[in-house]
Design a protein around this ligand. Structure first.
Ligand code: S3P
Length: 197
C-alpha cells in the first residue's frame, strides 16, 4: 500500500486581471448531462459575472421541483413556465450567463427570444456520454431510459444546431477546459469584455 492520499482540494480559480462584463445574455443549450450548469457556473466564477440556472430559478419561482411540475402540469405546463422564465431572464438589464434546461429548444417561441436577445452556446454531448455523467435520473423526468434518451437526443439535434451561435464539443473534456473554450469564444465575439463602468 502506498502513502495515504491527501484529501483532494478544488484548485483555486484564478481571478481575472480586470472585472469582466457581458454585453448580451449568453444561453447555454444542449442535452441533459452536457454540463451546461457546471460550465456556466465555472465561467461565472472565473470572470466574475453572474450566472443563473433556469431549472433552479423555475423551482424557486414555482415553489416546486421540476419533477413535481411535470407530474402536476405535464410537459406542456412545464414548457409554458420555462418560456416565461426565459423571457424574464433575457430581459434583465444586466446580462447573465443562463444555463437552460435541455428541452428549451422544443418550444419555437424560445428560438425568437434567443435570436432577439442573446448569444447561444451549444454544448454537444451524446445520450450515452450523458448517461455516464448523470448520477441521479430521478430528478429528470425525461431521462428515464437510455433508448428513449438516444431517440430524444437525435430528435433535438437539429434544433440545437438551429439556435447555436457557437458549438463546443464536450467529449473527453473537463469543465474548466470547456469553460476556457467558451470564454475565448465570448471574448472574440465581444460578448465578454473588460468592465466599462
Ligand atoms: C429537460 C431537461 C432538464 C429539465 C427538465 C426537462 C429536457 O434540464 O429542464 O427535466 O426536456 O431535456 P437539464 O438539461 O438541466 O437536465
Amino acid at each position: 500500500m502506498g502513502a495515504p492520499q491527501k484529501p483532494r482540494r478544488r484548485p483555486p480559480v484564478p481571478a481575472p486581471d480586470v472585472p469582466m462584463e457581458l454585453t448580451r445574455p449568453v444561453f447555454f443549450v444542449g442535452f441533459m448531462g452536457a454540463g451546461k450548469t457546471s460550465v456556466a457556473r465555472r465561467l461565472a466564477r472565473t470572470c466574475r459575472v453572474a450566472s443563473v440556472d433556469m431549472d433552479t430559478y423555475i423551482e424557486r419561482r414555482e415553489g416546486k421541483k421540476v419533477k413535481e411540475i411535470f407530474a402536476e402540469a405535464g410537459e406542456e405546463g412545464f414548457r409554458a413556465v420555462e418560456t416565461d422564465v426565459l423571457r424574464e431572464l433575457a430581459a434583465k438589464p444586466d446580462p447573465l450567463l443562463v444555463s437552460c434546461g435541455g428541452g428549451v429548444v422544443v418550444t419555437p417561441a424560445n428560438h425568437e427570444v434567443f435570436s432577439e436577445a442573446g448569444f447561444v452556446v451549444y454544448l454537444e454531448v451524446t445520450a450515452d456520454e450523458a448517461a455516464g455523467r448523470i448520477s441521479d435520473t430521478s430528478t429528470r423526468p425525461l431521462f428515464q431510459n437510455l433508448e428513449a434518451a438516444r431517440a430524444r437526443c437525435a430528435e433535438r439535434l437539429p434544433l440545437y444546431e438551429a439556435v447555436a451561435d457557437a458549438t463546443v464539443s464536450t467529449a473527453g473534456k473537463s469543465v474548466p477546459a470547456i469553460a476556457r473554450e467558451v470564454q475565448r469564444i465570448l471574448e472574440k465575439e465581444g460578448i465578454l469584455c473588460p468592465q466599462q463602468r
